[in-house]
Design a protein around this ligand. Structure first.
Ligand SMILES: Nc1ncnc2c1ncn2[C@@H]1O[C@H](COP(=O)(O)OP(=O)(O)O)[C@@H](O)[C@H]1O
Ligand SMILES: O=C(CO)[C@H](O)[C@H](O)COP(=O)(O)O
Length: 427
């Protein structure tokens, strides 16, 4: 029996789901990041091998394809052996704010890369802050490769450095219509190898002999080009027609609307991912579950949410952020959090938070409509917040379209679908 493994690397943890050719889940595993004090690279490597090892061996031996999604514009710099030479830069890290003027000078007006958190901003940060070793002294360091999180994790399994997908490469400036790096990037003097970019789901290579032996995977198990966490969640949702959308309520709030028309506008942090001959239009906000988690445990969220009357609007008007800076629908690295006044009653406070995040989500979809995307018809919800019925009712009050139960709310399921469709050439 051919089985397909999807692996989701999110913010708070990683998850793996194995499906069969009918899309039935055969095994799942998960790995939390929050308990570890190790560096990120150690945690990611440990998580990847642990997720796979925890799959029952009789299932693991039937896996014929693997696809991995990471968080978008989480990047790292590796030496020629694939060892990171510095810490990764996470998706919401806005150290690239100092490079905004440089990005404006070289990129087309309002291009997606013109953001403090774009992958290209982070590449320029590395270029300005990582001392380059003179070519004659490089030795094992050799040429440095710039990779996304999903690219590097897949490399650990297939051993071929420098391969990405056009979902992860969008924020590096890759042209997803012409399927090449644009001239304004090719003409840059970049001292790092940029990844070769494939269609998400495309077969890259079999797992290495060592990986097959150590993880007891089939020698002919193929690793496919991956995607990003919010697109994997969209693929899991079952959304198929233009106008259908997926909102990921994970640590962050990410919206993806399937649209016949492409919409990009860095002023709002809006960009379009390519999905076949359609577009996944949307953006990613720093608001979301991570802010809720800073105040409430999952159990408290469930208990307090059940005490909220979802039909009543909260008058509390917050912009919930953990620290200054948002990417969408306000693309401003200095945007201050707004979490006052804080009522004594935790139910009222949570109501204000859920309602305020719902307003931000609705503002995002309204902007997509104003900018010409296919009108919204329904929303599927992914991520930890999808299990909150009170929040769903509050959100429906603002969105004015049905919020439907997704086929699956885990991004890992979407990556498993990607592996299955990629290996069977439906991509
Ligand atoms: N009942 C709930 N209502 C709203 N949010 C929730 C609930 N339970 C968990 N969450 C939030 O879900 C988030 C984790 O979701 P997850 O999809 O795993 O995120 P990520 O992959 O981004 O780490 C946490 O930030 C948590 O606060
Ligand atoms: O917020 C995030 C982490 O969860 C990522 O930015 C998210 O993946 C959105 O990026 P994309 O739209 O490129 O998938």
């Amino acid at each position: 029996m051919n089985l397909y493994l999807g692996i989701d690397f999110g913010t708070s943890g990683a998850r793996a789901i194995v499906i069969d050719s009918a899309g039935i889940i055969q095994a799942e595993s998960q790995y939390s990041f929050t308990d570890s004090t190790d560096d990120l690279i150690t945690v990611w490597r440990q998580a990847l091998f642990s997720l796979i090892s925890e799959i029952p061996s009789e299932i693991r031996g039937g896996i014929c394809a693997i696809a991995i999604n990471g968080t978008s514009s989480t990047v790292l710099l590796c030496d020629r052996t694939g060892n990171p030479i510095d810490s990764p830069i996470l998706y919401n890290d806005s150290r690239g704010v100092k490079l905004i003027d440089k990005l404006r000078q070289i990129a087309p007006l309002n291009h997606t890369v013109i953001s403090a958190t774009s992958s290209l901003a982070k590449l320029f940060w590395y270029q300005e802050n990582i001392p380059l070793i003179p070519p004659l002294l490089r030795g094992a360091r050799g040429d440095l490769s710039f990779l996304h999180q999903a690219d590097w994790l897949a490399f650990l399994l297939h051993g071929q450095l420098g391969i990405s997908d056009y979902h992860n490469a969008l924020k590096l400036g890759y042209d997803v219509e012409k399927l090449c790096y644009p001239k304004w990037i090719q003409n840059l003097e970049i001292p790092f190898q940029l990844p070769n970019v494939l269609t998400p789901g495309t077969a890259i290579a079999e797992v290495t002999t060592e990986i097959a032996a150590n993880l007891k995977l089939r020698k002919d198990c193929i690793v496919c080009a991956g995607t990003t966490d919010s697109i994997a969640a969209f693929l899991a949702s079952g959304a198929k027609s233009p106008g259908e959308a997926s909102t990921s309520l994970g640590s962050t709030l990410v919206i993806k609307l399937l649209s016949s028309t492409r919409v990009d506008d860095a002023k709002y942090g809006i960009y379009s991912h390519r999905l076949g001959d359609l577009w996944l239009v949307g953006g990613a906000s720093n608001t979301g579950g991570a802010v809720l988690k800073s105040f409430f445990s999952d159990a408290e969220l469930e208990n307090l949410s059940s005490q909220i009357d979802a039909e009543k609007a909260s008058s509390l008007d917050y912009y919930p952020l953990l620290k200054a800076g948002d990417r969408f629908p306000i693309n401003d690295p200095n945007l201050p959090p707004k979490l006052d006044p804080r009522p004594e009653n935790p139910v009222e406070f949570l109501h204000g938070l859920l309602e305020s995040i719902a307003r931000i989500e609705a503002r995002g979809y309204e902007l997509l409509k104003q900018l010409g995307a296919t009108p919204l018809t329904c929303v599927y919800t992914a991520g930890g917040g999808a299990k909150n019925p009170t929040w769903t009712k509050i959100r429906e009050r603002y969105l004015q379209v049905p919020i439907l139960k997704p086929t699956h709310r885990q991004a890992a399921y979407g990556s498993a679908i990607l592996a299955m469709e990629g290996i069977n050439k439906k991509i």
